[in-house]
Design a protein around this ligand. Structure first.
Ligand SMILES: [Cu+2]
Length: 350
């Protein structure tokens, strides 16, 4: 399949389901979470932790974990994790890889009020172990409570299974800043509990979030996140996490330059929403059933109008492009922009 075909397929898929964003403002450092992303998006999260050895060497020991997760639609995700400082005491490489799938069984877009729940089956290549996690969170206003139950098929190089429990809390001080912490431990056995604390920031005007972290966990796979390090200075690592959503549709203009395109239905609109400066100009519009709403993109970059419920979706609206939808049924239709999930609006059809 040619790259253009692949991208076209990804874009078609991207228009079919509502977005799921991924932001550190709803998740503490050692809880993998219950988030999934839209089809056509590859979420890349980069954790970098480190500690410094004692004098005279004072060597900085780095401990990164890379996570890639893509959306398959229907609240399913598929991903890979790779860490270079495993906490699984087996001979050989210190690298640790994990393949994972995720099904978000319950919950709206990330950050929605109420309960969300996901299951994450995984395979750990270092431990040759089938692992899994059931994770839930409950959000009300500025607070998100998290919990996770993990099952480790062959725990830490042994041939026996172990269960771990973890819980965390995130408190959002504003739209852009949050504090979080978590605690977890394996059931049974004399092992160190895991803990972390973080200051999280949503970078304004961007889809990125950033966290400054302290923890006693060196690698953030399901296994390595379940047992704390112990021993001297290595029981505390400092570091950061950075989240990067890569929207494959962003690359579409390489193949199909198109500005000023009009998509959706044609005809006079009862309401026009100007999209400019990364905002939907009127975030609430009221129309009567049978009328048309048109979105006009005044920004030099792509936006989209993606409804939270199954229904019409614009796909990328290029600069100077527009998109129009006719609403035949009364109701409330919240929507957002897929490349910029913080852009939100609602159409109320009366
Ligand atoms: Cu946008």
């Amino acid at each position: 399949m040619r790259a253009t075909t692949l991208i076209a397929v990804a874009c078609t898929l991207a228009t079919a389901t509502p977005v799921r964003a991924q932001s550190l403002l709803y998740r503490s450092p050692n809880l993998g979470g219950d988030w999934v992303v839209d089809p056509g998006v590859v979420q890349f999260n980069f954790i970098h932790r480190f500690y410094v050895t004692t004098a005279p060497n004072r060597t900085v020991i780095n401990s990164p974990t890379f996570t890639f997760l893509t959306g398959l639609g229907h609240n399913l995700g598929l991903g890979l994790r790779f860490a270079t400082k495993t906490n699984i005491p087996l001979n050989g490489t210190t690298n640790e890889g994990e393949a994972l799938a995720r099904w978000r069984i319950l919950g709206g877009a990330e950050g929605s009020e109420g309960l969300a729940l996901a299951v994450t089956p995984a395979y750990n290549f270092k431990a040759k172990s089938v692992d899994g996690e059931v994770a839930a969170d409950w959000t009300r206003g500025p607070v998100t409570l998290q919990g996770a139950v993990r099952e480790l098929g062959k725990a830490f190089g042994s041939s026996s299974a172990q269960t771990a429990l973890a819980g965390g809390v995130v408190v959002r001080l504003s739209q852009y800043v949050a504090l979080s912490g978590d605690y977890g431990r394996l059931l049974g056995g004399d092992t160190a509990a895991t803990w972390s604390a973080a200051l999280q920031v949503l970078i304004p005007g961007s889809p990125h979030s950033f966290a400054l972290e302290v923890s006693n966990v060196s690698a953030n796979t399901i296994q390595s996140s379940s047992r704390g390090l112990r021993g001297g200075l290595t029981n505390r690592l400092y570091g950061f996490e950075f989240t990067i959503p890569l929207h494959l549709s962003r690359f579409k203009p390489w193949f199909h330059p198109r500005a000023g395109v009009e998509t959706g239905v044609s005809g006079p609109a009862a309401a026009t929403v100007e999209v400019a400066a990364l905002h939907f100009g009127s975030d609430t519009v009221r129309i009567a059933a049978g009328q048309i709403v048109r979105w006009v993109n005044r920004d030099p970059l792509d936006h989209s109008v993606t409804f939270e419920v199954e229904g019409p979706a614009s796909g990328p609206i290029p600069a100077k492009g527009s998109y129009a939808v006719k609403f035949d049924q009364a109701g409330t239709y919240p929507y957002h922009c897929t490349p910029h999930p913080f852009m939100k609006g609602v159409v109320i059809v009366e």
